[in-house]
Design a protein around this ligand. Structure first.
Ligand code: E4P
Length: 214
């Protein structure tokens, strides 16, 4: 499974990139706001750090506005994937951008039917939101299993990005479900490195090493 970092904060992206485990980045207008930069500046800087797959989101709600914004974003870098909300106009824009060879990430996906429609429109990626579904008492993992099964049944090439990840357990469950990608907040990626027994084990080995020198 590929791991993206779900942030627009450049220092966080650089740190994860340097760990050698990063496959891409997702942003959204809220994450851009938190980064303290504007969308264009943030995407420019991110594209100088990571290899590929940087999602930048359009804010227009009409088809023509979305396509226009997407073409502007693509001028920043060919590494950009256009993130488009799951609406009728959004899917029309996906079809048009796909025809132009531009990759798209359909966001705010909360049902398997939405994921089916996005795949039919030719989306490169769909982003089902786990945490936000759990928050309203729905079974987010069932959604990932359902989308996976539908895409397998009909051999849709659309890839699943598990989004709105709230814990390392979410990441683990996405990997077990066969999701293509999880986009994970910086802090949760850091948490994934940790296990208390690893720290205890390192301390004991170091102590024993010191004793063995005497
Ligand atoms: C990424 O593509 C999504 O925009 C993001 O994961 C949403 O996460 P949130 O529900 O924590 O805001």
């Amino acid at each position: 499974m590929k791991i993206y970092v779900d942030t627009a904060i450049v220092d966080e992206i650089r740190q994860v990139w340097e760990l050698g485990i990063l496959d891409g980045v997702t942003t959204n207008p809220s994450l851009i706001l938190k980064s303290g930069r504007n969308l264009t500046d943030a995407l420019k800087e991110i594209s100088q750090i990571v290899d590929d797959c940087i999602s930048g989101e359009v804010i227009s709600l009409d088809y023509q506005g979305m396509v226009k914004e997407a073409l502007e974003l693509m001028k920043i870098s060919k590494k950009i994937v256009i993130k488009i909300p799951m609406t009728k106009d959004g899917l029309k824009a996906v079809k048009e951008l796909t025809a132009q060879g531009i990759r798209t990430n359909v966001t705010l996906v909360f049902s398997a039917n939405q994921a089916l429609l996005a795949a039919k429109a030719g989306a490169t990626y769909v982003s089902p939101f786990l945490g936000r579904l759990d928050d309203v008492g729905e079974d987010s993992m069932q959604l990932i299993h359902d989308i996976k099964q539908i895409y397998q049944n009909y051999q849709f090439p659309t890839q699943i990005i598990c989004a709105s990840i709230r814990s390392p357990l979410h990441v683990l469950k996405c990997a077990k479900a066969g999701a293509d990608i999880a986009t994970v907040p910086y802090k949760i990626i850091m948490d994934m490195f940790n296990h208390p027994l690893t720290n205890v084990g390192i301390d004991r080995f170091l102590q024993d090493y010191e004793k063995s020198k005497k």
